[in-house]
Design a protein around this ligand. Structure first.
Ligand code: SF4
Ligand code: F3S
Length: 106
């Protein structure tokens, strides 16, 4: 599966959701996740993210491994999102800030 990682937090550009052929993105207050059982590994979403926050699980940076479980768990409780919306207001300021996990809202 593909995994949404740290740099999505507080940005949530949502370009990714529009291209997903199986609509497997789920939305929280300031982060999105992918349901790993629904993802068909098509890789379409990865280049769409302006924050470069989406990785194939095979190419996941070592320090992002916590996001495997977070994508799975949160995708089971958050609502589906399939249409692009405005990014969070401070997205440009938070894009590239490291270790935003402490800011994750559930
Ligand atoms: Fe959707 Fe394809 Fe991205 Fe998986 S890899 S989340 S199926 S766009
Ligand atoms: Fe997040 Fe990138 Fe999608 S910032 S909402 S993974 S386009």
């Amino acid at each position: 599966a593909f995994i949404v990682t740290d740099n999505c937090i507080r940005c949530k550009y949502t370009d990714c959701v529009e291209v997903c052929p199986v609509d497997c993105f789920y939305e929280g207050p300031n982060f999105l996740v992918i349901n790993p059982d629904e993802c068909i590994d098509c890789a379409l979403c990865e280049p769409e993210c302006p924050a470069n926050a989406i990785f194939s699980e095979d190419e996941l940076p070592e320090d992002q491994e916590v996001f495997v479980e977070l994508n799975r768990d949160l995708s089971l409780i958050w609502p589906n999102i399939a249409e692009k919306k405005d990014a969070l207001p401070d997205a440009a300021q938070w894009d590239g800030v490291e270790d935003k996990l402490e800011h994750l809202e559930r």
